[in-house]
Design a protein around this ligand. Structure first.
Ligand SMILES: Nc1ncnc2c1ncn2[C@@H]1O[C@H](COP(=O)(O)OP(=O)(O)OP(=O)(O)O)[C@@H](O)[C@H]1O
Length: 350
């Protein structure tokens, strides 16, 4: 749906040019919820302005729906921008207009709809976001979550193919964030709209996205399914973001280092395996003891997961590791490079 190829963008700084984006390659597939995450200064806002065609890259190409749009101008550019609905962190509602008036605004701007048609469309949009009863209120009379629902209805008004959400939940409390993310997922499911979520919070990615790209200093340093990136972060920037989301999970590495003699392993249970008593059974079968040193449990979208660092000791640690793997548990040896042949050798040593 959206493809960025070799995108570069620099800005003039006091000490020369600052590379905000430094060779970005990214593909957001039609119908998915794609997360772009990065800390402050990573280049997220610059990327948003390139995706919604408010700015042009210094180098590289932007494709929307398979069409090269890097140099689009005039009428075509306006049509392309309408195909990308924007949801903002601070809602950007018109305070002098009612809820219904805010949602009607982009439809009025097109000049393509009559009053009745606009009224019908606005009513349907407000129904979709659960605000029908608030149509005549003004933004100041709404909660943050309700304001964002207006923002989402407005972004959907021109039936965009893509919903680009720029820190859309960053001004909301955790409960309201959950409700807004649920709404975005429902819209994605019902309308097939592609959703791009730009955020600095891993928790938002965990709850809502199919795939994620991690941005750091203007580069995509890691990309993949959320389950993989969240449970097995490879890059230091990703690890930092995961730790911010789950402070206790951050003690995993430290715990591994403090392991007292046994074989420290990181065990990841996902899906049905997260609810089965696998570890106890395998420990008994192999006459192995285990000490749980650190852990985290939760959901990635609907998928349950549990991840522990345990220290295994006793009769047949290698057999226990093999048994865990055979039961669908992902086992990573701690303190050993995660290269298969090294892992295998390490298994036989213990
Ligand atoms: N208009 C500009 N002029 C000069 N430098 C800029 C401009 N816009 C962005 N930058 C620089 O580009 C880099 C990336 O900025 P950007 O705003 O895209 O990051 P971000 O990830 O959105 O950060 P934040 O989460 O803090 O908004 C930063 O070093 C920033 O200072």
């Amino acid at each position: 749906m959206i493809r960025l190829e070799g995108i570069t963008k620099s800005f003039a700084g006091k000490e020369g040019a600052v590379a905000a984006l430094d060779g970005i390659d990214l593909t957001i597939a039609r119908g998915e919820i794609f997360g772009i995450i990065g800390s402050s200064g990573a280049g997220k806002s610059t990327l948003v302005r390139l995706i919604n065609l408010l700015e042009r890259p210094d180098g590289g190409e932007v494709f929307v729906g398979g069409e090269r749009v890097t140099d689009a101008r005039g009428q075509r550019l306006r049509a392309l921008r309408r195909s990308i609905g924007m949801v903002f962190q601070h809602f950007n509602l018109l305070s002098a207009r009612t809820v219904a008036g805010n949602v009607a605004y982009p439809l009025e701007l097109t000049g393509a709809y009559g009053r009745n048609e606009i009224a019908v469309r606005v009513a349907a949009l407000l129904d979709r976001v659960g605000l029908s009863e608030h149509a005549r209120k003004y933004p100041r009379q709404l909660s943050g979550g309700q304001k964002q629902r207006v923002g989402i209805a407005r972004a959907l008004a021109c039936e965009p193919a893509v919903l680009l959400c720029d820190e859309a939940t960053s001004a909301l409390d955790p409960q309201t964030t959950g409700a807004v993310l649920d709404l975005l997922r429902q819209i994605n499911r019902d309308l097939g709209v592609t959703v791009a979520l730009i955020t600095h919070e891993m928790d938002v990615i965990r709850r809502a996205c199919d795939r994620v790209a991690v941005l750091d200093r203007g580069r995509v340093v890691e990309e993949g399914p959320v389950t993989r990136v969240f449970l097995h972060p490879r890059h230091a920037a990703t690890l930092r973001l995961v730790r911010e989301a789950e402070p206790d999970g951050g003690s995993l590495d430290a715990a591994a280092a403090s392991d007292l003699g046994g074989r420290a392993v990181r065990l990841t249970f996902t899906g049905p395996a997260a609810h089965k008593p696998i570890l106890g059974r395998i420990a008994r079968e192999n006459l192995v003891d285990y000490a749980i040193l650190a852990g985290r449990v939760g959901h990635i979208r609907e998928t349950p997961y549990a991840q522990f660092i345990v220290s295994l000791s006793g009769r047949d640690v290698a057999g226990a590791i093999a048994g865990l793997r055979a039961s669908g548990v992902d086992v990573e040896l701690q303190g050993v490079a995660p290269v298969p042949e090294i892992e295998e050798r390490a298994c036989h040593v213990v």
